[in-house]
Design a protein around this ligand. Structure first.
Ligand code: TTP
Ligand code: MG
Length: 344
């Protein structure tokens, strides 16, 4: 690991459930499920997270809450208390900023940052232990930390020994560390891609490492390049922190000719959403805004906020709801804009 690239990835353990346990210590040791109301097994929502006790019953994030109820009806089921998690998250990020001036928060409970080697005579391991101790002493919440020469390997490492784990991958040992792991452990390989690889007889990252760059390129196009680099343990090293000034991110499109063509408008809006969300790097945000400027420069904007927005498809669905009333009027549109704000 060279002195400039010692990257930490910190991820809180069972975050929402851990916050609930701190608030109600008598939940400790019991299975805790945070998410939609199970409605005695008839609830239609999903699990946000489950603590490690509940995971022993097979309960996990994004599982239908009705299934979680079937698996463990005596678990403590709690609604999502966004305010509480947000406050704890802010505090934890404040702690991390004491150890590095640039912290890249990528979700409510995880962040990357860099340190210099032997900073103040502390090894990376000592820094990690200090951080874990400080977070635990102030919040009674455990986290897992991965340390590596790039963000990708640091993220895989933080997940490697969860909960309450510390995994250090030395510079040069990235490939070897990844080799025995299931390909699904590589962030960016979802169930669909994993299935394609499994059909090719590739189950571990080591098996993926044996495929040539050309084969991956032929099969996956541009993404093949990334798969090749990632499987060999290469990844980004830039830590990007959102400055307080950058409170929103957005794009606009001015049509070459004013248009009332619904298909064209929807296609353009979705293009803007894809483009804005592609720059997000897994950051979460609460508010989406669309901007509609009619011919004659009359502009309108409409926003929608929620506690924990989901994926890009969901954002598109919500944005379409915002756009819809403007389309009903049949007026020609000169410009469309899309903006996200209220980062978490
Ligand atoms: P994660 O860090 O993915 O999960 P976790 O912290 O609960 O557990 P782990 O120990 O494995 O890190 O997500 C952080 C929080 O984000 C999680 O506590 C709840 C929320 N979340 C959802 O609401 N829905 C989801 O599908 C996921 C994955 C997380
Ligand atoms: Mg977590």
């Amino acid at each position: 690991m060279n002195s400039h690239n010692i990257i930490f990835h910190v991820d809180m353990d069972a975050f929402f459930a851990s916050c609930e346990e701190v608030k109600n210590p008598h939940f400790r040791g019991k299975p805790v499920v945070v998410g939609a109301d199970p409605e005695v097994g008839h609830g239609r929502g999903v699990v946000s997270t489950a603590n490690y006790e509940a995971r022993k019953y097979g309960i996990h994030s994004a599982m239908p809450i009705s299934r979680a109820w079937q698996l463990c009806p005596f678990a403590v089921f709690l609604p999502v208390n966004g305010k509480l998690y947000h406050a704890v998250s802010e505090d934890i990020m404040r702690i991390l900023k004491k150890y590095s001036p640039t912290v890249e928060q990528v979700s409510v409970d995880e962040a990357y940052f860099k340190i210099k080697s032997k900073e103040k005579n502390l090894t990376p391991k000592m820094v990690a232990e200090k951080i874990r101790k400080e977070i635990y002493n102030t919040h009674e919440i455990t986290c897992s930390i991965g340390i590596a020469s790039n963000k990708l390997v640091a993220k895989v490492a933080s997940d490697h020994q969860k909960p309450n784990g510390l995994t250090i991958v030395n510079n040069g040992a990235e490939e070897e560390f990844l080799a025995p792991l299931d390909i699904k452990k590589l962030p960016g390989i979802g169930p669909k891609t994993a299935l394609i690889f499994n059909k090719m007889g590739v189950r571990t990252i080591g098996e993926l490492q044996k495929l040539s760059a050309q084969i991956l390129l032929d099969k996956f196009g541009k993404r093949g390049e990334w798969l090749f680099m990632a499987s060999h343990g290469q990844g980004e090293t830039d830590i990007i922190s959102i400055s307080p000034a950058a409170k929103s991110l957005g794009e606009e499109h001015t049509f070459s000719r004013d248009t009332a063509d619904i298909q064209q408008l929807v296609r353009t809006l979705f293009g803007l959403i894809d483009s804005v969300c592609a720059n997000l790097q897994h950051r979460w945000f609460r508010t989406i805004t669309i901007i509609v400027r009619y011919e004659g420069f009359v502009s309108h904007s409409k926003a929608h906020s929620e506690e924990f927005p989901r994926d890009v498809e969901y954002v598109k669905k919500e944005s379409l709801k915002l756009l819809w009333p403007f389309l009903q009027k049949g007026k020609k549109v000169r410009l469309l804009g899309f903006r996200i704000s209220n980062f978490i």
